[in-house]
Design a binder for this molecule. Sequence first.
Ligand SMILES: Nc1ncnc2c1ncn2[C@@H]1O[C@H](COP(=O)(O)OP(=O)(O)O)[C@@H](O)[C@H]1O
Ligand SMILES: O=C(O)C1=C[C@@H](OP(=O)(O)O)[C@@H](O)[C@H](O)C1
Ligand SMILES: [Mg+2]
Length: 263
Amino acid sequence: MGADPAGAAASAPAPPDTPLTGLLAERVQHALHGLLTFPPEPPEAASDRAIVTPLTGESLRLSPMFSSGLIERPVDWVALAGFMGTGKSRVGWELSRALALHFVDTDKLITRVVGKSIPEVFAQEGESYFRACEAEVVRRVSRLEHAVISLGGGTFIHEDNRRALLERGPVVVLWATPETVYQRTKHSDRPLLRVEDPLGRIRSLMDEREGVYRQGTIHVHSDGRPSEEIVEEIIERLWAWSDAYHAWTERPEAEAVSDRAAD
Ligand SMILES: Nc1ncnc2c1ncn2[C@@H]1O[C@H](COP(=O)(O)OP(=O)(O)O)[C@@H](O)[C@H]1O
Ligand SMILES: O=C(O)C1=C[C@@H](OP(=O)(O)O)[C@@H](O)[C@H](O)C1
Ligand SMILES: [Mg+2]
């Protein structure tokens, strides 16, 4: 593989300079706030239909224990990035249940806010419009608390999104081979893979984006593994990351610097 991050970012259509303003921005905000306070959907339907899934069932019962400190979790916010078909949506949902956190799938949020499916947004509004929606959603979800965020495959490729996400918290990147991605996506409708040779397209796009995905915080392989095992590895790796992060930020030099800054 061996991708050039600058080239990869340059080859993806850049989002428009101006962020979405007015109605669409308001609708994104409304959807996020509204959906977080809506009554929960039944768990069996939620994995398919959820946009922002509030805590439900077992998670809801566990949540007072988490907030009382009786049960600890490694992080209160985490995002999942990676190529199409690596399992971000499915694994993100399962991870959110395991950690008793809210769940946001950015593609589903855009679908809900725009009122069109992702292929319709690409076909009728164009990819740049979709990327502008993504950028607006990233700004919003970076401010959320207690949430697992599953991104679209291209979200992390754009530099401003990447910076906002990495400043907010850990970004777990899921990886899979082009063959696995092809098997997992061939019966779905991903606009970027609607070409004569989808496997070839997966190979070249993955190659372009690889260097950028490498900038994530934690990297986990998803080939030939059930999602429960992937979730377990992510949680273990998040614990290791959070221990190292706290050891670093609480070292005496860092505390002295932050004391001076506070004076
Ligand atoms: N670990 C896995 N093993 C087998 N199938 C998986 C796994 N993770 C995801 N899938 C399936 O692959 C397809 C794509 O997964 P999805 O979560 O939508 O990926 P992404 O959001 O990264 O595009 C879905 O049908 C999903 O159920
Ligand atoms: O890689 C990409 O640019 C895209 C990935 C898709 O999400 P998934 O990665 O969840 O399939 C979706 O956001 C859109 O079709 C574009
Ligand atoms: Mg997805």
